[in-house]
Design a protein around this ligand. Structure first.
Ligand SMILES: Cc1cc2nc3c(=O)[nH]c(=O)nc-3n(C[C@H](O)[C@H](O)[C@H](O)COP(=O)(O)OP(=O)(O)OC[C@H]3O[C@@H](n4cnc5c(N)ncnc54)[C@H](O)[C@@H]3O)c2cc1C
Length: 554
């Protein structure tokens, strides 16, 4: 509360911790605020670390957002760097810290833990060698940067194809290293649906990065050895295989840990001890769509949680409503982003999942510079509620995903998205934005006006031994170049006159390039009494990204 002379102690001084300290001061001029930070820097931009390595951020100092002196000047916050909190005495409300001046007990009235996480250290022989790295802190970055400048390595292997792994693969490539990404899952970026992983892998490969998926690293020596015996040259190896919450201090104090392995907090971000709050990568929170407990190691949630934890520690009453996991990453010329639930996560959560995939220009096709965007919208077929979205493309990705994130926050439905009045001029969008179109298609699917299936679902039908009619409605030129094995060909413009070529009563899966002509075809057929016609959403582009189909090529 304003005027309270409360002693607030914060452990961890980066995203969540620094935000908490600044917010606490804005609430109370009287509070005594201390931040203890184990590392050599407070409030630095860990999200910027890969770009110092790539050379896009030219000065290290740009990553340091605050110094202890600056923090003290502006906020009157005491920052103790290179000081580690090693024990919490909950009964005595004090924390034992060890730093340059030795050990000391720091008293608190309220304690905020914002300790983040640590990169998972794989138990593989050779990972302690000097050419093996992870990238999580400024110190990690310094060590890696120094190695690159000193040793001029020629080859790099990045183990792990998640956000940081992909950012680092790009950084190494930009420095001229021959770079390979090794990912255990069957596609890179395994938190997204597999077709997006395939698109990302193509982007990496088109910039000279080798991508190996479904492979485990067995050992690191002169190079990297995979469990199938393959050996990859590696003057440098970077592991980026996940983050584990930093929980030793909390566990030592007997604070409750949740089922996901994150520290348990309530919606006020209070731990199982009412005097101790927690924020950021170390906690588990509720997913706003699935309602399940999740860990979301991202900067946005950490900052907002830090703000809420500080507010509540200072006597206000703010609630954290949960996370969506909205994220975005650049992979060379592509932007990849997602929010809410992927198709797979939505199925796991028990929703009656519908999916629409559209490939459209990011702005009006007639205006120069339009480039194709792939947008996947996931929805609940029972309620039409929007559940999540993923997008990939050179432009316009982030704004679509941010709109869907807003829709998720407001629990909007496809009907709301269809009605969204979004900014339009030809340089920026289309009169019906990609999101409006995706919502129209979703509504048409749910209502039965034009049912959709994904490429994955079609593959499952074929794998089950069914032999439905595969109807390709593209032009003859497109069909001749390449089509699904066994696909019947009737260009959409001829379909009205050639419907009788399609066996009546047949189950028909219709596809085109991206889905629009197939939608028209589905309508033509349905109007003529074919009532089992399904449009393969995303068309040929999605079938290609899915993989696993037999093709007849020219
Ligand atoms: C290379 C990289 C790129 C990233 N890019 C993005 C991005 O583009 N977008 C995004 O949303 N997120 C990104 N992230 C993730 C984001 O940085 C984290 O989610 C966020 O920093 C978490 O904030 P936090 O406060 O929980 O933990 P951190 O920011 O990690 O801070 C925790 C601090 O606590 C300190 N600490 C831990 N234990 C103790 C102790 N006992 N005593 C004292 N101090 C302690 C640690 O030294 C650490 O400095 C990236 C992360 C990395 C590493």
């Amino acid at each position: 509360m304003p005027g309270t002379k409360l002693r607030l102690l914060i452990v961890g001084g980066v995203a969540g911790g620094a935000t908490a300290a600044a917010r606490a001061r804005r609430i109370s001029e009287a509070a005594e605020i201390t931040v203890v930070e184990r590392g050599p820097a407070v409030s630095y931009a860990n999200c910027g670390l890969p770009y110092f390595i790539s050379g896009e951020i030219d000065r290290r100092s740009k990553l340091i957002l605050q110094t202890p002196e600056g923090f003290s000047r502006r906020y009157r916050v005491t920052v103790r760097l290179q000081t580690e909190a090693i024990e919490i005495d909950r009964a005595g409300r004090r924390v034992l810290v060890r730093g340059p001046e030795g050990e000391a007990w720091l008293p608190y009235d309220a304690l905020i833990l914002a300790q983040g996480g640590n990169p998972v250290a794989p138990e593989i022989p050779g990972t302690d060698a000097p050419h093996v790295f992870s990238l999580w802190t400024v110190s990690d970055m310094d060590r890696l940067h120094e190695y690159l400048e000193r040793e001029h390595p020629k080859t790099a292997v990045v183990v792990g194809g998640g956000f940081v792994g992909l950012e680092m693969a790009e950084a190494f490539r930009k420095r001229g290293l021959a770079t390979t990404v090794v990912e255990l899952a069957s596609t890179v970026m395994p938190t997204m649906d597999p077709d997006f992983g395939v698109r990302i892998a193509h982007e990496l490969e088109s910039h000279g990065v080798t991508v190996i998926t479904g492979a485990r690293v067995r050992s690191v020596g002169q190079g990297v050895e995979l469990s199938d015996g393959r050996k990859l040259p590696a003057d440098l190896v970077l592991f980026s295989v996940g983050v584990r919450p930093e929980l030793a201090l909390a566990r030592g104090a007997g604070l409750e840990v949740g089922a996901t392995g994150g520290l348990l907090v309530d919606d006020r971000l209070r731990t199982s001890d009412p005097h101790i709050y927690a924020a950021g990568d170390m906690v588990e929170v509720e997913h706003k769509v699935s309602g399940r407990k999740v860990r979301v190691p991202l900067a946005g949630p950490a900052n907002r949680q830090g703000r809420i934890a500080a507010s509540n520690a200072l006597g206000l009453d703010l609630r954290y409503s949960g996370a969506l996991g909205t994220s975005v990453v650049r992979v060379f010329d592509a932007t990849v982003a997602s929010t809410g639930l992927s198709e797979r996560a939505a199925r796991d959560a028990g929703f009656a999942v519908g999916v629409v995939v559209i490939h459209r220009d990011d702005h009006a096709g007639y205006f120069p510079g339009a480039r194709q965007l792939c947008l996947e919208l996931v929805y609940d077929r029972t309620t039409a509620r929007v559940l999540g979205a993923q997008a990939f493309g050179p432009a316009g990705v982030d704004k679509r995903i941010d709109v869907v994130a807003t829709a998720l926050q407001g629990k909007l439905t496809l009907h709301d998205l269809a009605e969204l009045d979004l900014a339009y001029a030809p340089q920026f969008s289309s009169a019906n934005d990609a999101l409006n179109i995706a919502a129209f298609a979703g509504i048409n699917d749910i209502s039965g006006f034009s049912p959709l299936c994904t490429a994955t679902q079609l593959k499952q039908v074929l794998a089950a031994g069914e032999r439905p009619v595969l109807l390709d409605v593209r032009t003859s030129g497109e069909y001749q170049l390449s089509h699904l094995q066994g696909a019947m060909h009737v260009p959409v413009d001829e379909l009205r006159d050639r419907c009788d070529e399609i066996p009546s009563g047949a189950r028909v899966f219709v596809y085109c390039g991206v889905g629009y002509r197939a939608h028209l075809a589905a309508r033509i057929l349905r109007e003529r009494g074919f009532d089992d016609v399904t449009n393969v959403t995303g068309g040929l582009l999605s079938l290609r990204a899915e993989g696993g189909f037999e093709w007849e090529e020219a």
